[in-house]
Design a protein around this ligand. Structure first.
Ligand SMILES: Cc1ncc(COP(=O)(O)O)c(C=O)c1O
Length: 461
């Protein structure tokens, strides 16, 4: 009688009926050719397969997680291609390969946060450099630029990069980099990447584009002349609000630049932990589907807000009323899912916050939840009143401004007229929207990033 324990499906069992090959030899079945084929496929296919070829050891179809700080050498001076996780890790290498492929770049390096990606890119600059930056850039980017100014003597000028005359006027001999955030956070202003790149390249400067708000699905900075693309992968690339991370990508053909960025990431100690990169690899697979749904919902919410009697102004590049709608059509592959808007009555801001049903008051965007935030006290709190005024956020100070203390720190309390960030969610498996209201004391503005739930219920305000 046959033993019930002779099981032909259990590896290691004497009855196991498959012929096995030694770990590391799986490429003989042709899987090794996949990375080469990927470049020719569309973005949806790339999202699913980039960095996800079956692993050479055991053929797992999901990238293996190498949760290790270090790697054994096989002999003195010989190893399997990795020696220490700060410098390189096979799981992180897969994410880097995937992001480089999706952006169409020469190579990417993945960092612990979006801000460390910003830091790595800024470290390309030689001593005595000047940066020209989008005036209403993300508050953390502004904080880092100001830190570099105060600590290392970096020269920084902020300007509306849509204004090419202003760019020409601000240009100096020592200008080495233009920092472009388009659409900007939180005012959704656009920069013509191609025009800025042509101007900067003629003068030997680098153009860095923070592509966080649109992802490679909806904006292709390298096709428009950017040299470096930066991401907070915390946002759309991961898309599930469970990881912080960043990426810096070098333009196609710029292999030396890609190597420099990876070396800077190692030097600064900003590289991303293996488990976080593994989660982002998982998030990437649905990026295209999520971005399409985000955008559909954002358009619906923006149109709803635009005709709402309580709303004074809606900033969304997908609306024909957006002053740079034509540029958005020309430059972007989609309109994104961040919206900002202003209420007619500043006194309604707190009421709107309270009446939102599917929005948590929280920072961030690009995940599956709907969030609302208050930029002045949250995402853009590090900007000085002058910087916020220059960026067009709001007037400051304001007599109605109130403060309260929590955990020993001063917090600016949302007051009537202050802007908010709102991320709209929905009780369904895939999210709908994130709305991010911006700050205005006299004109409350809101900014929203729309999640990807198939149904949209316009915000009740
Ligand atoms: C446009 C942009 N760039 C960079 C960052 C920084 O990313 P992280 O929060 O992952 O450090 C953010 C964060 O909100 C952002 O909105």
């Amino acid at each position: 009688m046959t033993s019930p324990f002779l099981d032909s499906n259990v590896p290691g069992n004497p009855a196991y009926h498959f012929e096995t090959v030694a770990p590391g030899t799986l490429s003989r079945v042709g899987w090794g050719e996949r990375p080469g084929l990927l470049g020719a496929t569309d973005l949806a296919t790339q999202c699913v397969h980039a960095g996800s070829q079956p692993d050479a050891a055991y053929g797992s179809v999901v990238a293996p997680l190498y949760q290790t700080s270090t790697f054994a050498f096989t002999d003195l001076g010989t190893n399997g291609g990795f020696d220490y996780t700060r410098s390189g890790n096979p799981t992180r290498a897969r994410l880097e390969e995937a992001i480089a492929l999706l952006e169409g770049g020469a190579g990417a390096t993945c960092t612990s946060t979006g801000m460390s990606a910003v830091l790595v890119a800024l470290n390309l600059l030689p001593q005595g450099s000047r940066v020209l930056s989008t005036v209403d850039c993300y508050g953390g980017t502004y904080r880092t630029l100001e830190h570099a100014r105060n600590t290392y003597g970096l020269q920084v000028d902020y300007l509306d990069l849509a204004d090419l005359d202003a760019l020409a006027k601000a240009w100096r001999e020592d200008t080495r980099m233009v920092w472009v955030e388009t659409p900007s956070n939180p005012l959704l202003r656009l920069t013509d990447i191609q025009a800025v790149a042509a101007f900067a390249h003629a003068r030997g400067a680098l153009v860095v584009v923070d592509n966080t708000f649109l992802s490679p699905i909806q904006q292709r900075p390298f096709e428009l002349g950017a040299d470096v693309v930066v991401h907070s992968t915390t946002k759309y690339l991961n898309g599930h609000s469970d990881v912080v991370g960043g990426a810096v990508v070098a333009a196609p053909g710029q292999d030396a630049l890609a190597q420099r960025l990876a070396a800077l990431n190692n030097l600064l100690g900003t590289s991303q932990a293996p488990h976080d990169t593994w989660l982002i690899l998982r998030g990437l697979k649905t990026l295209k589907l999520r971005m399409e749904a985000h955008e559909r919902n954002a358009q619906a919410v923006a149109e709803h807000l635009a005709q709402h009697p309580a709303v004074a102004k809606v900033n969304y590049p997908g609306l024909p009323s957006h002053p740079q709608h034509d540029l958005a059509r020309r430059q972007q592959k989609g309109f994104g899912a961040m919206i900002s808007f202003e209420l007619k009555n500043p006194a309604n801001v707190e009421t709107v916050l309270r009446r939102l049903r599917w929005f948590a008051l929280a920072e961030s965007l690009g995940g599956i939840e709907s969030l609302v935030a208050h930029p002045a006290s949250m995402t853009h709190a590090s900007m000085t009143p002058e910087a916020r005024q220059r960026a067009g956020h709001f007037r400051w100070p304001h007599p109605a401004l109130g403060w309260h203390r929590r955990a020993g720190r001063s917090h600016q309390r949302p007051q009537p007229g202050l802007g908010l960030i709102l991320h709209r969610s929905h009780p369904c498996p895939v999210p709908i929207a994130s709305i991010t209201p911006t700050n205005s004391l006299d004109k409350p503005q809101w900014c929203a990033s729309i999640a990807s739930c198939p149904r949209v219920v316009p915000p009740s305000i």
